[in-house]
Each structure stands twice: as C-alpha cells, then as structure tokens.
Ligand binder design. Sequence first.
Ligand SMILES: Cc1cc2nc3c(=O)[nH]c(=O)nc-3n(C[C@H](O)[C@H](O)[C@H](O)COP(=O)(O)OP(=O)(O)OC[C@H]3O[C@@H](n4cnc5c(N)ncnc54)[C@H](O)[C@@H]3O)c2cc1C
Length: 421
Amino acid sequence: MKYDVIIIGAGISGASLAYKASKYAKTLLIESQDYDREIPVRTNIFAEHNKPFIDDVFWNDDSIFPRPFLQLNFKSDKYDGLLNSKEFDRPLGKISHTEIFIKKLIDKFKDQGGTTKYNEKVAKVVKHIDYVEVVNNKGESYTAKLLILATGSRGFDLQKSLGFETPDSFMGIYTNTYADESLLDENFNFQYMFHLNPNISPNGPFFFNVGKGRVSTGYLGNKESPDQLREKLERILRNYKKIQPFIKGLKWDGNFITGGISKHPISTMTKDRVIVLGEAAGVVTGFFYEGLLGGLASADIAAKLIKPLLENNSNFSRPELIMYDQEIARILLNGYFRNGAACELLFYSNDSSAKTLWTTYTNLLNTNKTVRKYIYEAHIIQDLWNYDTNRDRYVGERLFGALPGFQKLTLWPKFLKAMSK
Ligand SMILES: Cc1cc2nc3c(=O)[nH]c(=O)nc-3n(C[C@H](O)[C@H](O)[C@H](O)COP(=O)(O)OP(=O)(O)OC[C@H]3O[C@@H](n4cnc5c(N)ncnc54)[C@H](O)[C@@H]3O)c2cc1C
C-alpha cells in the first residue's frame, strides 16, 4: 500500500490536516481544482478562537493575516450596533487572506514529504477489508490505510456513495471588490458587517468583510441558481442605498463565487477507514458564515487521533475512530455551536419578526455593555470546550425584554425554543 492517509479536498480542512498528518504519516492530498494555476480567493474573517488549532508559524505570518480584526458592525435600518474591541482588551481576531494560508500549509506539507495531485477529481472510492482505494476521473487509483473526506459542499455524491449523510446547505455568493487602503479606511469603520434584510435573503445577513486592499461582500440565498444569485448581488451592489457609502469608489472584477454553506452537522462523521472533516461534515455555524473554525478544529482533532492509531497498526475501524465524533461534539457542538443554532432559529425567518428582532438586537448592542462583552468573548475565547452558554441565555433574555409588548406575546414560543437549543 502506497500511503497511510489519503485526503480528498485541499480547502482549509484538507490542507490543515495534510500539514499536520504529514509530520508522522505518508500522506497524499488530492484536489480537483488546478491549484498550480491559482488557489481561489476566499473571504477574510478569522476569529481569535481559531488560534488553538493553528501553529504559531502561521499565526505570526503577516502575509496570511495582514490586519487585525478590530470592529464588527451589526447593522439594521435604524442602528449601527458597533462592537469595537478597543472597549475590551484585544482584537476580535485577524483578517485572513485564507488562500495564502492554504498555499503555505500545502508548501510545508510538501516540505515534510507529502504528495499533491491537482486537477484530479476523485470519482469513486472502493473499500477493501484492509485498505481503501481511491479512483480519479482518469481511471488512476491510489491506496491507503485511511481516507479523509475534506470535500466541502462539492463532494456530496462521493460522500453519499460511502454511506454518509450529507448536510443540507444554503447556497451563498460573494464577490471581491478592490480599492487602495486609504479609500477602504475612508469607507469602512469596521472589518465585518452583518446586515439582515429579509428582502435580500431570509436565510442570512448581507455582509461585508474588509481585507487588505479588498472587501468580500455577499449573502446567503436559498434555492436560486448561481446566475440568479449573481444578478441579485450585482443589483444590490449597484442600487441598494444603504450600502452605497461603503462601496463608493470600489471596483469589482466580475468574479462571483457561489458555494454551499452547511446548515447542520451530520450525525456520524466516521465509518470504517473513513473520516469526514469540516464543511462536508456540516461543522459550520451557518448564521455566522463560520466554516474555518470547523475546518481547522476537525483537522486538529483528526490529526491527534490518527497518530497513535498508525503507531499501533490500527485497522481504523469505526469503534477506533469514534473518538473523533466524540471530540467534535465536546469541543464544538455541545457548547459554542448551540449559540449559532439559537441565533439561526431567532433570526432566520422571512416574516416581519425577523426585522423587529434584528432592529432590537442592533439597538441592544449600542446600549448594553454586557451584551457587547459576551459577543466579544464568543470571538476571542480560546477553550471553546468550556464555552458557557449562560452568556447566550443572558443576551437572549435581554433581547426578549427589549421587544415591543405585542411582539413579546407572539415571539415568546420562539425564544423558548431558542433557549433550549
Ligand atoms: C458566502 C460565504 C462566506 C463565508 N465567509 C466565511 C468567513 O468569513 N469566515 C469563515 O470562517 N468561514 C466563511 N465561510 C465558510 C467557509 O469558507 C467554509 O466553510 C470553509 O472554507 C470550508 O472549508 P472545507 O475545507 O471544509 O471545504 P472547501 O473549502 O469547500 O474545500 C473542499 C475542497 O474539496 C475539493 N473537492 C470536492 N470534491 C472533490 C473530489 N471528488 N475530488 C477532488 N477534490 C474535491 C473542492 O474542489 C474543494 O477545494 C463562508 C462561506 C460562504 C459560502
């Protein structure tokens, strides 16, 4: 058998695991896109709570993380709910040029002896008793002791063929707009903005995230085609009055990226000789568009589990891999992810309650320092496994308390449900 581990997919999840696993395992990384030509530009936001899952050599690299993430704006029609990290003690995180991060992870992976195959789409996986065989679209095959699916939302057919569930996903779109730093400083007093307007989308907020020299902007759609999503985003950028001050003078290159964002984790992320990482496993908080955390954390958990199993000549059977599912639940799903699930339940709706809730929430941010502190802490906290959901409960109770009287009557069942998430 040629490899210990084959990883399919070189997004943040696959590239991160490739880097970590190649320190002790013979590893192959397969990617269907042509990374020799270009690694596609990603969005820019990287919360501080990602830090435990990456090595300092990357964290301290200014070409990957060119600016601090200092301010977050929850914007409604009425209020700019501005969360300024200067009110507390350190930034909310970093601005990440994630495609550079992926490139540097893969460079180190290769230095450590890892092998890459680009422009090869895996068409089929055959599981044998004591190894897995991966067949690409040219009919070539590779074998390994363990297979990792890090295929994001674009490998669901393959995932299903191996007997895994696939997460339901929203279709999102973003484009990058460009300007020099001085204009960006003039136009934006935040690095990340959420603006919920059910007319744009009932599924998630419109966003801007401000990188260095570039701004990603987009929204989550639902069942629209990529063309419909693109036309709508162009219309919004040209005509939507509320955002015109931000995009004044910015240029965009017509390159629109559509991609799925998973709604919920799948229930089983391991089977004999196979582990599913990141977006493919649905380890994403859809409401916050946050998938880097799930990708990095799941890669870290897998890397720690695989090493002793390899040393002990494991069969990589499901009982030996189940600790992966348990660790994902312990570190992410049982605490921090409940926050995203509750927010989603409260704010995702296309009726008028979404707008009232959002307006009340943005005002609460302006007026209540404890609410600001808890949202700040959700970004910076390092031991996510100790995440205290009482903070979310506090914010939820304050939000309910600040609603107009008649809305309290109609919305209390929704709050009760969110609190029990
Ligand atoms: C509009 C939008 C905005 C977002 N903003 C943010 C943000 O600011 N911060 C944040 O943390 N997250 C954000 N996310 C989410 C985040 O980008 C993703 O969750 C994350 O990048 C997923 O990483 P991944 O490695 O799991 O999957 P992917 O990045 O999707 O990587 C999977 C890779 O597998 C390859 N592949 C698939 N099938 C095959 C196959 N059969 N053979 C070979 N290769 C295959 C694909 O080509 C792809 O490169 C956003 C998502 C969207 C849609």
